[in-house]
Design a protein around this ligand. Structure first.
Ligand code: NAD
Length: 253
């Protein structure tokens, strides 16, 4: 199978890391589905097409059961050629001062929304994608977790840390279940990557984080996209249930 026969669905690909992964996979010849709640999804798809690739933008809220259930109809022939799913959509709400809310101040509604998008959304989309991947006996599922799932975080909220840690556990279960079908599931745990999400944190918190990065810089969406492209390739066939830290050495287990 060539990359052209392996459609890549990337959630939250309108901007940031997801857009970087979409553009990279598009450049490698994969037809790309740019799924997002924001209008910028159209710009990401246009950038892929302008570079000579194939891409479609679709509106998708990963936490919306009905919208996820409609994916096969929406994507038609592309759905049957699905090869790669990147569960990238995520939110990290902060308090009005740009800092993570204390648990004692956290509205239950905010907790539920973060779990719904960052964890349940990945479950819903992954579950929906199992039939086309199993039918072809080849697939790659990649989770965007976080360093906040690997160690304590002074930037992310408790809901975010809980959801991302849960996502890593879900990835291991999925990797175990789908391995026999030729489908691998791996997690990328980024450190600090320069995107609209990380820019929503205070400058002081980002500077303190940078001081802990041995390679001496904040990461880029392209840094993450290179790792995602490897995980999505045949070269990563024997990598399953792994978590790869992409943080310039800011976290070393
Ligand atoms: N930037 C970092 O430093 C960093 C570090 C660790 C992990 N991550 C993770 O990487 C992923 C991408 O983060 P980013 O920094 O690019 O953030 P971002 O906010 O720049 O982009 C996230 C994208 O997800 C989309 N999204 C949000 N809710 C959605 C929903 N319900 N359905 C579909 N799309 C939705 C947003 O519209 C946005 O386009 C996230 O899962 C994030 O938690 C980011």
């Amino acid at each position: 199978m060539s990359n052209q026969d392996r459609v890549a669905l990337i959630t939250g690909a309108g901007r940031g890391i997801g857009a970087g992964i979409a553009i990279k996979l598009g450049a490698l010849g994969h037809p790309v589905v740019v799924a997002d709640v924001i209008e910028e999804r159209e710009a990401t798809a246009a950038a892929i097409r302008d570079a000579g690739g194939e891409a479609r933008a679709i509106p998708l809220d990963v936490a919306d059961d009905a919208a996820v259930a409609a994916l096969p109809i929406l994507l038609g022939a592309w759905w049957d050629r699905l090869g790669i799913l990147v569960n990238n959509a995520g939110i990290s709400p902060k308090g009005p001062d740009g800092k993570a809310r204390k648990i004692r101040d956290m509205p239950a509604e905010e907790w539920r929304r973060v779990l719904a998008v960052n964890l349940t959304g990945a479950f819903l989309v992954s579950q929906a994608c199992i039939p086309p991947l199993r039918a072809r006996r080849w697939g790659r599922i990649i989770m965007l977790t976080s360093q906040a799932a690997r160690a304590k975080s002074q930037i992310a909220g408790a809901h975010y840390a809980a959801a991302k840690t849960g996502l890593m556990g879900f990835a291991r279960s999925l990797a175990t279940e789908l391995g026999p079908d030729g489908i691998t599931v791996n997690s990328i745990a980024p450190g600090r990557i320069d995107t609209p999400m990380s820019r929503g944190t205070t400058a002081a918190a980002n500077a303190a984080f940078l001081a802990q990065v041995p390679v001496g810089r904040v990461g880029t969406p392209e840094d993450v996209a290179e790792v995602a492209a490897f995980l999505a390739s045949d070269a990563a066939a024997y990598l399953n249930g792994a978590a790869i830290d992409v943080g310039g050495g800011s976290f070393m287990p």
